[in-house]
Design a protein. Structure first.
Length: 220
């Protein structure tokens, strides 16, 4: 969020779902931040200057006020929650925290790694996959995990307006970022009414809307 004195710098990319979920967290915590963009399609994240910030050459990286850097979006979000506890993005009770982490990881660790840009590029370069084959790959792995997530969210009493109760948590950030990304690949989310309801509820909030890829300064 620009416009106020910003102590944080988010190094990312408008379309990156990991950058998206981090932007939501910063907005929810009401922390001003500047953005530096790296075009993932042209490989700018592999530049030597960026690799000095993040040796993995991945986004996002959050630059802290003291000049240090954090990587991995869920680690960044948990750090933000520990250092800026209001509003909390993880419950205090251990079992509830574990549930929120489980839901978050189902998206961030089981869907995203199979469908991120470098994997999709590899499908094209090594296996001659065309656009439709790549899209079908993407849709397949979303369907595998969304079917399980829908079953859990629809059937567990801990689910409320959001993934866990009636307060936004880290799980909602992961789910929204994934669902918005799904639109680029024509994922049919009609089989997942609980997921759709939660995502729509989240997107009614200004902090989520402001973090949308289309609303970023580097959007094309």
């Amino acid at each position: 969020m620009a416009g106020r004195n910003a102590d944080y710098v988010l190094h990312g990319y408008f379309r990156s779902s990991t950058s998206f979920r981090t932007r939501i967290a910063l907005n929810l915590k009401d922390l001003p931040y500047d953005q530096v963009t790296y075009n993932l399609r042209s490989g700018e994240q592999r530049s030597e200057g960026y690799l000095q910030r993040n040796a993995q050459g991945a986004v996002p990286t959050l630059q802290l006020p003291d000049g240090s850097h954090l990587s991995q979006s869920l680690a960044i979000i948990e750090w933000l929650d520990e250092t800026h506890p209001e509003p909390p993005l993880l419950p205090q009770e251990p079992l509830a925290r574990a549930r929120v982490r489980t839901l978050s990881y189902a998206v961030a660790l089981d869907i995203h790694p199979l469908n991120n840009l470098r994997v999709l590029k590899r499908l094209r370069s090594q296996f001659d996959a065309d656009d439709e084959a790549v899209a079908e790959w993407f849709r397949h792995w979303v369907a595998v995990e969304y079917s399980a997530l829908e079953r859990r969210l629809a059937g567990e009493t801990e689910t409320g307006r959001f993934c866990h109760g009636d307060q936004v948590t880290m799980a909602d950030l992961s789910l929204v970022a994934q669902s918005v990304n799904n639109r680029r690949f024509d994922v049919d989310e009609r089989p997942y009414p609980t997921i759709r309801r939660i995502v729509e509820t989240c997107l009614e909030r200004e902090e989520f809307e402001r973090a949308l890829p289309a609303n970023q300064p580097d959007a094309d």
